[in-house]
Design a protein around this ligand. Sequence first.
Ligand SMILES: Nc1nc2c(ncn2[C@@H]2O[C@H](COP(=O)(O)OP(=O)(O)OP(=O)(O)O)[C@@H](O)[C@H]2O)c(=O)[nH]1
Ligand SMILES: [Mg+2]
Length: 695
Amino acid sequence: MSDFPRSKVRNISVLGPHGVGKTTLLEALLYISGTTKNIGDVNRGSSNLDYLEEEKQRKMSTNSHISFLKHDDHLINLIDTPGYSNFLFDAELAIQVSDGAIIVVDGDEDSKDQIDRYWSMASSAEIPRIIFMNKMDKETSNFENALTRLEEHLNIKTVPITIPLGQGTDFNGVINLFKMKAFIYKGENVFDEIEIPEDMLETANNYKDKVLETIAEQDDEILEKYLNGEDIDHCTIVDMYKKGVKESTIYPVLIGSSNKLLGLYSLLMELAELMPSPLDTDKIKALDIEGNSLTIKPSNDSPPALYVFKTICDPFAGKISIARVLSGTIKPDHTLVNSKNNTKIKLNNIFRLIGKQEFPVKEASTGDIVALNKLKDVITTDTLSDINQPVIIKPLNIPQPVLSFAIEPHSRSDEDKLNISLAKIIEEDPTIDFHRDEETNEFLLSGSGQTHIEVIVDKLKNNYGVNLDLRTPKVPYKESIKLSSEAEGKYVKQTGGRGQYGVAKLRIQPIKNGDSCQFENKIVGGVIPKNFIPSVEKGVQDALKKGILAGYPVINVKTTVFDGKHHPVDSSDIAFQIAASMGFRKAMETAKPFLLEPLMKMNIIIPDNSMGDVIGDINSKRGRVSGVDSSPAGHSINALIPMAEVLTYAPELRSLTSGQGSFTMEFSHYEEVPAHISQKIVEELNSKLDNAETG
Ligand SMILES: Nc1nc2c(ncn2[C@@H]2O[C@H](COP(=O)(O)OP(=O)(O)OP(=O)(O)O)[C@@H](O)[C@H]2O)c(=O)[nH]1
Ligand SMILES: [Mg+2]
């Protein structure tokens, strides 16, 4: 691989909304460049990239996948990213190791692309972009409308490089405005370069004028010359154009059809021509092991450094770490250091990948994207570097899970395998959380959405033979009190032999939201001896675990023990624990106990036309909208909604927005449950208890 000069390497992420044709585009590029012999098809499950069972079943990418091709004398590494909102983190990681991006959009007139989020992810990473308008073969595609929509949505200046020859089902080639030639498809991957047909000449010239004007607008002097009709040297135009793309002031747009292999050579050409090489980044920002900032020079002469942006744990092939070589050259048998914990890591085989197909290489150098097998204890976002000069790339923040499901393994053997299998899946996908909820005693599997969690369940089954059911998790309600009250707890047993004796008088009072429970000892005169006070506190702690309303933990209560009695022989730790517990429960009865529920802070992104339905639904869920931001591409709603109402929000939002909506949610705070709902919860619990007793 290092036989490619570093200036000829391109690392490109392919980004865009779900279903816009990213994977199909890459399959087509791999095929037309002669890299693959057969074109993979996502619809038939024969894709080289979407090779996982979970992806074949759903006909969508649930992971990023790497691939590479050679075009002219360039090596182009292409990372296919998932467009579905649940898998955004993979796209973020891919962007982190890319020098440029292809943003795929839909040329379909009716398309409701939600490209804002991918656009802003690439903007934040400050990488240049080429826009590829796909699906131009569709009956309803319309280049002019789609281009206007795009410029308005994103508020950008575009430079069309190719325009369609024929519209919709008659689309059969492209006109390249820089070459002023037409390319038509003859079938079987064969193209003809021809003169622009007469009837398209005026359109092509009009677009070319627009292109020249947009490029000239970047420099006042050139613009004036252009507007005065003076000739501008072709090289000047090309240089200004390249500069504008690299600095992200203008964006090239190419059109085509991945299904019909149209418009793709022009795209390959522009990737090679316009996208930066790994050497074009002056310096890569990093830290030393003490956390001081430094920069890495992307050069083969610099010490080796790799950043791991993906991990695959294949039950058969084992563990594979995918990394970008930031600097230096690496070979199998080299020893590097995992900079986060100073552990030595010996490299094994190095290879390139197309989906899961491996292509071994002898070495990899600056800018290469390669797979490395069996790197022990190395996880996604780790930096491996030179033993004497360790560096760390600041890892991306891992997004918090937004949705949890309780999981129930089918059998004991499924439960036994669960922990170890999930640990492997979490190694591949750090956005998953798995833990046992102490309050509800359930195993909770949390992720970025319902599809994400369903994919994990499928993976557990397909790869590890673990079968389980998903259940809506229980809401972790809490209990508290509104009034102060006092009560005496008495545990006295004095019939025959050694008895039990403990009496504790307790005062309980509500304290401010956010404070956990407090305990105070105000015993005077030793009515409860000092050595039994910890037992009184333990008894109160036990009572706090299960409130008297519905057995939920009690919060925001201060308990004071202010009086009591003891017996020189019969008093014991256990007697005071039980007495305090009884006293607390008795005091709670007269302190106006109430239920609290968790509220979730939600950010919901929806298309324009579902606004009314989504807001209506939030109201019916006892939610409160705190703000709505609008952009031409849709609305972003901020709201507080009780957790009990959004346990199955993912499918609900999907149906309210025809699959276009997405959301994130995080815990905000606890609030009192309205009386009528609280009553229902208590009644349901009592009827469950009755059934348990009778059944
Ligand atoms: N008509 C037409 N359909 C296309 C074209 N490109 C892709 N498709 C179809 O669009 C659907 C989605 O294609 P994918 O390649 O899986 O889309 P994706 O962007 O990778 O989707 P995610 O991985 O879910 O983000 C498939 O049915 C493709 O056959 C095209 O140029 N024209
Ligand atoms: Mg895909």
